[in-house]
Design a protein around this ligand. Structure first.
Ligand SMILES: [Zn+2]
Length: 142
């Protein structure tokens, strides 16, 4: 067999040792430049698979690989878009929650102030009553 270089794996052709054949190019000899399906284990095998590949099927194989790549890119873009939307949702939700916390803080502050105010009012009221009682008491004494 001539010297060869591996260019790509092919899933259509299997060699006698049971492995999927790879496409190689003849490096020297009279068939130099010829593409062929060969054993992936070559030269460490006794397997002598040599099936010439016509250029058309190599092009088809490459087109198929290109389509597969496009599919992968499309899937990744979809995934990215999905994650971007998810992130946007989370950012919005986070903002909403922050606003809610602010509202709650304001509400709590108002309630606290209101409670202090009513305590003060109660204190003033008791003081007033006390003064009134003393006044009544003094008035009765006279
Ligand atoms: Zn083989």
């Amino acid at each position: 067999m001539s010297q060869a270089s591996t260019s790509s794996a092919n899933s259509k052709v299997r060699c006698s040792c049971g492995n999927y054949a790879v496409v190689r190019t003849v490096r020297n000899g009279p068939d130099v430049g010829t593409k062929f399906y060969g054993c992936p284990k070559w030269p460490h095998t006794t397997c002598q698979l040599f099936v010439p590949v016509d250029d058309k099927s190599v092009v088809e194989d490459l087109q198929l690989k290109l389509m597969e790549k496009d599919t992968t890119i499309a899937e990744l873009e979809m995934h990215l878009k999905f994650n971007e939307n998810r992130l946007e949702e989370l950012v919005k939700k986070n903002k909403d929650l922050a606003e809610e916390v602010d509202n709650l803080k304001t509400e709590m502050w108002e309630q606290k102030m209101g409670s202090i105010q009513s305590q003060t009012n109660l204190k003033h009221l008791s003081m007033g009553l006390f003064v009134a009682l003393i006044a009544v008491f003094l008035y009765c004494k006279i």
